[in-house]
Design a binder for this molecule. Structure first.
Ligand code: NAG
Length: 209
């Protein structure tokens, strides 16, 4: 009887432990629900801590900004938990261009400088735009909607963004349209932009055709 009880107890412990978390095994390919779980015996406290957001991202680029993600692929502890975080750094004049996260909603917290941000409603294209978010201000961006962030100040700006998913995805509209090999003629047809502008942006961003 005692052995039997022990056996049941150990089963209970094993299963409750397994349900607490599912640290991603990054050596295996992820599926729609994330990564397969790492064996619980090889999980350590390091799986639940990530230091990759401590330093500013490199803003020497065309958008003068950097997005440093701590999604499931970088931070396996969030796997299966339905949340994640990223750091935004924007140099003076920097912008996170119009983009969408197909996977989840976003909350932004400004920690340095000032940020202008907005999103576009999908049913009437109304723009919800806030000109000056200051340190400590928070803005929410509903799932899937196009939105942007701009450094609105004369010093660098930093913000942390939190997502209601472990893998929000990031699609920057301008890159999706022009950093590809879709023929210019088709881009013209689907955007109503003129050929010269399309070729110019394809040139700048590395698109072809
Ligand atoms: C930042 O990126 C630029 C452009 O890719 C590169 O030249 C520069 O070395 C990078 N700076 C650092 C500190 O990594």
């Amino acid at each position: 009887m005692f052995i039997h009880t022990l056996f049941i107890l150990s089963l209970l412990f094993a299963s409750s432990h397994a349900l607490d978390f599912c640290v991603g095994d990054l050596s295996l390919p992820p599926g729609p629900a994330g990564y397969p779980c790492k064996k619980s015996t090889s999980v350590t406290e390091n799986d639940f801590v990530y230091s990759g957001l401590a330093a500013a991202g490199n803003t020497t680029n065309i958008i003068k900004a950097a997005v440093t993600p701590a999604f499931d692929a970088q931070f396996p502890g969030v796997n299966g938990l339905g949340l994640s975080v990223a750091r935004l750094d924007m140099a003076v004049g920097g912008v996170i261009p119009l983009h969408t996260h197909p996977g989840g909603s976003e909350i932004l917290v400004v920690t340095e400088g000032t940020v202008a941000a907005g999103f576009v409603s999908s049913f009437d294209n109304k723009v919800y735009y806030f000109k000056t978010l200051k340190v400590g201000d928070v803005m929410v961006f509903p799932q899937g909607l196009l939105h942007f962030q701009i450094n609105a100040g004369k010093t660098k700006a930093t913000a942390f963004v939190f997502f209601s998913t472990q893998n929000p995805g990031l699609q920057i509209t301008t890159f999706a349209l022009f950093k590809n090999d879709l023929p210019t003629e088709i881009v013209e047809t689907v955007t109503f932009l003129d050929e010269a502008q399309i070729k110019k942006l394809k040139g700048v961003l590395g698109g072809t055709n």
